[in-house]
Design a protein. Structure first.
Ligand code: MN3
Length: 199
């Protein structure tokens, strides 16, 4: 049985950047639904029982046809959101430091250029999806709740949810305002920790 992880901060912890109303809806309703539907999918495919969500996604081709798309959608939703809460912090924002900062500057020329490219790709996602920073510091996007693991890539260092449910209550249709605000809550300590595991 998969369960909804608690938010690692208060629902109003992200302050003016992402409201309590969004966090309650996004965490308690949207993420809970992914968890519930993932559990239902696994219930109907006993051969998948006991696998972690990472194992389910990496081994997505093992899933029977009858549940494969449900595991992609709801397993992806559970994995992506479990990380997304940790990629934000009331003490977030600013710029990365240390080896991650140096590596981003080496690849992109400057931190700002990295932010600009990540932002541009986030705005170019048509419909619902995510933007990811990979361990090689490439920036990729996926549709719906797909993610790098499902595509056979390494686990992401950082990800941004650009589904409308992530911002509509605060920003209406203005995804660019949401993305601009989001940089103020990015938990660079957590991103650096993930980068350190790979480098
Ligand atoms: Mn979401």
């Amino acid at each position: 049985m998969f369960t909804l992880p608690e938010l690692p901060y208060d629902y109003d912890g992200l302050g003016k950047y992402i409201s309590k109303d969004i966090m309650v809806l996004h965490h308690d309703k949207h993420h809970q639904t992914y968890v519930d539907k993932l559990n239902a999918a696994i219930d109907s495919a006993p051969e998948l029982k006991g696998r972690s969500v990472e194992e389910l996604l990496i081994g997505i081709n093992d899933a029977p046809d009858s549940v494969r798309q449900a595991v992609i959608n709801h397993g992806g939703g559970h994995y992506n959101h479990s990380l997304f809460w940790q990629w934000m912090s009331p003490n977030g924002g600013g710029e990365p430091t240390g080896e991650l900062a140096a590596a981003l500057v080496e690849k992109y020329g400057s931190y700002q250029e990295f932010v600009d490219q990540f932002t541009t790709k986030s705005l170019a996602v048509f419909g619902s999806g995510w933007t990811w920073l990979q361990p090689d510091l490439d920036i990729i996007t996926t549709a719906n709740q797909d993610n790098p693991l499902i595509q056979g890539l390494e686990a992401p260092l950082l990800g941004l949810d650009v589904w409308e449910h992530a911002y509509y209550l605060d920003y209406k249709n203005k995804r660019d305002d949401y993305v601009k605000s989001w940089w103020n809550v990015v938990n660079w300590d957590f991103v650096s920790e993930r980068f350190g595991i790979h480098n």
